[in-house]
Design a binder for this molecule. Structure first.
Ligand code: GDP
Length: 317
């Protein structure tokens, strides 16, 4: 890919978008275009059209989305389906109208059925019902990837969809009501250690299994896809192995240095029992994740302490 290409990273302040910008800059891409929400509201169709008509964008990385953990998804399904659908349709359609040839759309492993054979292959999409705690978000993300497929088929665009497994890393959301499990447990373990608490509460039974990918690995995979001219289709992005929520909690406690007991809160939902991605489509072409879970959590914990350490106890719960 041309190092002078004008690459629009939509959602550059989020965890995925900021990782993409870091990676693009590090790799010498000189024309990374970003807009804050105040400068460009991606839910405003006319504003998005004007932006694409005037900016001569070559490549779009569509990382703008409303995202959240199990509680946020289950309690605000309307916001999750509406905002994601409108951002996707606005950006993908405006990009096509402005003759942008290449676009990467980011989804999530929750697009796959709840009772999926494991590991999950790309072709299992839409083969049986979704997990109800995040079906609104999943439907929006499925619509986004179908939009890419349909435009490729009808208009000859080269829009690719990447489906990352559960992500973590710098600039994650640490609000306990809307975050995912890894940042939530990192914050809880930090606060428990700081306050000398005897216990740490983990939602659900601790038995569901999840796979975790450092967001810098997702950024690396994105550049790999662009630089290898993978121009069509759906690619899972993950590490290829998972662990139980209990094992994750134990790993986080080890990194943080919290030595108390884990308590499991059965009043909170478990969500889908397992979602391990089959990543062979990308590994066969030569890409694999390189950041191990414990090392990735340790690096993320350092970022967390730098950004929130002294104020963590005072952050909104
Ligand atoms: P999911 O992968 O879409 O289900 O989203 P999450 O990352 O929010 O949750 C993954 C699993 O971790 C679920 O089984 C949760 O019940 C469990 N979990 C355990 N403790 C927590 C917590 O403090 N916050 C969140 N968000 N999930 C937790």
């Amino acid at each position: 890919m041309n190092k002078q290409a004008r690459i629009f990273v939509a959602g550059h302040r989020g965890m995925v978008g900021s990782a993409l910008v870091r990676r693009l800059v590090a790799d010498g891409y000189g024309n990374v275009v970003t807009r804050t929400r105040a400068e460009l509201d991606l839910t405003d169709q006319a504003a998005v059209n004007r932006f694409f008509e005037s900016e001569q964008i070559d490549v779009v990385l569509l990382a703008a989305a409303r995202v959240g953990g199990i509680f946020a998804n289950a309690s605000q399904p309307g916001e999750f389906i509406y905002e994601n659908l409108v951002i996707e349709t606005n950006v993908i359609h405006a990009a096509y109208r402005a003759r942008v040839e290449r676009l990467v759309f980011f989804g999530s492993s929750c697009i796959y059925p709840k009772q999926c054979p494991q590991p999950i292959r790309e072709e299992y999409l839409l083969t049986s019902p979704l997990e109800p705690t995040n079906d609104a978000y999943a439907i929006a993300k499925i619509a986004g990837l179908k939009l890419c497929e349909a435009y490729n088929r009808e208009y000859g665009t080269q829009y690719v969809a990447l489906m990352p497994t559960n992500l973590y890393g710098p600039n994650d959301n640490y609000d306990l009501n809307s975050s995912h499990v890894l940042p939530a447990l990192l914050r809880k373990a930090h606060e428990a250690r700081m306050s000398g608490a005897a216990t740490l509460t983990v939602w659900g039974s601790g038995t569901p299994c999840r796979e975790f990918l450092h967001v810098d690995d997702l950024a690396a995979a994105t550049l790999f896809v662009l630089e290898h001219n993978l121009t069509d289709g759906l690619f899972n992005v993950g590490v290829g192995e998972d662990l139980s929520i209990r094992e994750l909690a134990e790993c986080i406690c080890k990194v943080v240095g919290f030595e108390g007991e884990l308590v499991f809160d059965a009043s909170k939902p478990d969500g889908t029992p397992r979602k391990l991605l089959d990543v062979s489509r990308l590994t066969q072409i030569g890409w694999r994740a390189t950041i191990g879970l414990e090392a990735g959590i340790a690096a993320t914990y350092q970022d967390f302490v730098k950004a929130h350490g002294s104020t963590a106890a005072a952050m909104p719960a």
